[in-house]
Design a protein around this ligand. Sequence first.
Ligand SMILES: [Fe+2]
Ligand SMILES: [Fe+2]
Length: 196
Amino acid sequence: MAEHVTLHDAFVDELRDSYDAEKQLIKALGKLAKAAHSAELRTAFETHLEETRGHVERLEQVFESLDEKARGKHCDGIAGIIEEGSSVLDEDFDEVTMDACLIAAGQRAEHYEMAAYGTLVAWARGMGHAEAADLLQATLKEEKAADKTLTALAEGGINQGAADGANPGDEKDESRASKPDASARSRQNRTIEAKR
Ligand SMILES: [Fe+2]
Ligand SMILES: [Fe+2]
C-alpha cells in the first residue's frame, strides 16, 4: 500500500517549486531592468536581482538543513506571471507607461513569492524546522521590501506620469491617448485566446 504523503512531502515539493521560480525570476528581472526607463526603477530591479540570487542560495541551505537534495520543479505559476508581464516589452508604450507596466508586472511576481514564502515559513515553524524557517523568513522580508520599493516608485510619480499621458481631455494628441487602450485590448484578447 502506498504511504501517506505528509506535510513534509508537501513542504519539500513547495521548496522545489520556489527554487525553480527564483531561477526563472533571475532571468526575468534582468529583462525588466533593461526595459526600465527610470534610473530608480532600473536600480530597484537590479538590486532585487542580486537579492534573488541570494534567495536561490538560501533555498539551497534550506534543502541542506533538511537533508534533501536541492532540486527544482517547474513552477507554472511564476512562468505564467512572467509570460504575461513580459508581453508589455513588445508594446509600443511611451516611456512612463512602460515603466508603470513594468512595476505592475514586478509586483505580481513579488506577491506570488510573498504568498509562497509565507506558507513555507509557517509550515517550517509548524514542523519544528527552525533553521529553515529563519532562512525562509529572511527571504520573505526581502520580497516584502522589494514590493514596497515598487509601490513607492509607482506612487512617487511614475503612475501619475503615465496617467497624464493617457488624459482623454488631450484630444490633440490622439495617437498617444489611444495607443495604450489598443494595446491593452490586444493583450486582453491574447489572454482570452490563451484561456480557450
Ligand atoms: Fe525571491
Ligand atoms: Fe522577489
